[in-house]
Design a protein around this ligand. Structure first.
Ligand code: NAI
Ligand code: MG
Length: 491
């Protein structure tokens, strides 16, 4: 509870001393070319664009803007590597390269986490404890499958598809690169990957690791650019598979573009997950789970718990505790180890979030924000909740992708289920209750790819991830994630 004493602590009476992670050991070049055929090369048209640190609005580096000609060069390199080396290599050998990549990532973990936070704005605690270790874990996990595909698909043969085109977003730049690259390589495919235009640096660092690991040239190619570069990958006739994570709108566009071709695809799109708190839940634990689900990482998470459904009899208690906890959240320098909420990824994303705050209020919602100070420079947003919203409110239905939580109440479990399922999305959800039977009842009725019980946003490479409805097509992670990168045949 916010007693006068601890309120003082967060108002500057005595707070935490600044504890910024040092950037001395970081090596970011002024300019990056495209990683094609094992080397960094200049873009054909000689165009570069800035990537900025959203916490300071300063440039972190300049990266190449890949044209269609560059994408074509990358696809040709990938095809050649597939034909001559990677597609033919003994699976156990492929696994060795992947283990090597995973180990180098671990060795360079600090560098990766600092660059992730500098380029994307996420708190160092998150990049250090979640993004980087999980990215390495994905390489370790899929390295293990490389020579065991016959056990993954018993009685069938599993052949690689060829060249995989992969397009990833800005919310988990390194982790998404690992999610995409590791299963593709394990199955014998080669890759052309495009990171998001606001967060290209850790993918380019990964390119350095891939070169250091001695991977044959052309097996992984990394091209930077914005939507047009992504579209050139999707449209390329010699790409056999598209893996995309990002907005539902672009996902739809991709589906249209590749309809009628032989390209296989997986799409991981938006979400509007509900956390459901029953009266019998451990309330403090549930409140912490809600905070973790929507406020940490600025709500830049496709499976964020952006809605809260709380049983009416405990609603006042939960909301009061949530407001107290919000007061203690620290918004600010992503490189500070005490920061809970870092910078919003870009000015565009901040504008989008701010427009939703206006929409929520105009629709009659009651908005509450924590009273914390935010830095004047950079893109920041206070943790925000809306109460008094209805199922049809746009802040309840639409993905905001910011630290904004829409709260509704319910009386019976079936009412909670109807409300939880009533959005166009179905990526994830959460249940908080003391009763195992309620967990089973609810999870069976929830139309969502992942449902957490008495926890939230927990990831593991062995576990599949993906959505229902407009949240996507296909699964990534675990055994299921291999399926997206193979052609199955009779033995
Ligand atoms: P976006 O979907 O435009 O960007 C994702 C990736 O797709 C980026 O690498 C981008 O360069 C690429 N891309 C853009 N247009 C493309 C096209 N026509 N063909 C191929 N690739 C293309 O997402 P954006 O604009 O960065 O964010 C908008 C909203 O999307 C966010 O506010 C959020 O609601 C949602 N989003 C969801 C994510 C998720 O993990 N599900 C991740 C990022 C954004
Ligand atoms: Mg950036």
């Amino acid at each position: 509870m916010a007693t006068p004493e601890n309120k003082l602590a967060f108002d500057g009476g005595w707070g935490y001393d600044p504890a910024p992670e040092s950037t001395d050991h970081i090596n970011i070049k002024n300019r990056y070319g495209l990683f094609i055929n094992g080397d960094f090369v200049k873009p054909e048209k000689g165009k570069y664009f800035d990537t900025v640190n959203p916490a300071t609005e300063e440039r972190t580096s300049r990266v190449a803007d890949a044209s269609q000609a560059d994408v074509d060069k990358a696809v040709k390199a990938a095809r050649e590597a597939y034909r001559t080396t990677w597609g033919r290599m003994k699976p156990a050998e492929r696994g060795k390269y992947m283990y090597r990549i995973a180990r180098i990532m671990q060795e360079r973990a600090r560098e990766f986490s600092v660059i992730e936070s500098l380029d994307g704005g996420k708190p160092i605690r998150e990049s250090r404890d979640v993004d980087v270790p999980l990215a390495a874990a994905h390489f370790f996990y899929y390295a293990g499958w490389a020579d065991k595909l016959e056990y993954a698909f018993p009685g069938r043969t599993a052949r690689p598809l060829g060249v995989a085109g992969q397009i990833i977003p800005w919310n988990f730049p390194l982790l998404m690169a690992a999610w995409k690259i590791a299963p593709a390589l394990a199955c014998g495919n080669t890759v052309v990957l495009k990171p998001a235009e606001t967060t290209p640096l850790t993918a380019l660092k990964l390119a350095e690791v891939i070169a250091d690991a001695g991977l044959p040239p052309g097996v992984v190619n990394i091209v930077t650019g914005a939507g047009a570069t992504g579209a050139a990958i999707v449209e390329h006739p010699d790409v056999d598979k598209i893996a995309f994570t990002g907005s539902t709108n672009v996902g739809r566009l991709i589906q249209k573009t590749i309809a009628g071709t032989n390209k296989k695809y997986t799409l991981e799109l938006g979400g509007k997950a509900a956390n459901i708190i029953f009266a019998d839940a451990a309330i403090d634990q549930a409140v912490e789970g809600i905070v973790n689900g929507i406020f940490f990482n600025q709500g830049h998470v496709c499976c964020a718990g952006s809605r809260l459904l709380v049983q009416e009899s405990v609603a006042d208690e939960v909301i009061a505790k949530l407001k107290d906890r919000m007061e203690t959240l620290i918004v600010g320098n992503p490189l500070d180890k005490n920061t809970d909420i870092g910078a919003i990824n870009s000015s565009m994303q901040l504008e989008k979030i701010q427009s939703y705050l206006k929409i929520g209020k105009a629709e009659g919602g009651e908005m509450h924000q924590s009273s914390c100070r935010v830095p004047r420079k950079g893109y920041f947003c206070r943790p925000t909740i809306f109460t008094g919203v209805s199922q049809s409110s746009r802040v309840v239905q639409e993905e905001i992708f910011g630290p904004v939580l829409a709260i509704q109440t319910f009386r019976r479990y079936d009412e909670a289920l109807v409300k939880a399922n009533n959005t166009p999305y179905g990526l994830s959800g959460g249940i908080w209750t003391d009763k195992g039977s309620k967990i089973f009842k609810m999870t069976q009725g929830m139309r969502a790819g992942v449902v957490w019980a008495n926890t939230f946003n927990k990831f593991d490479p062995t576990s599949p991830f993906g959505g229902y409805k407009e949240s996507g097509v296909g699964r990534e992670g675990g055994l299921h994630g291999l399926d997206a990168y193979v052609k199955l045949g009779a033995k």
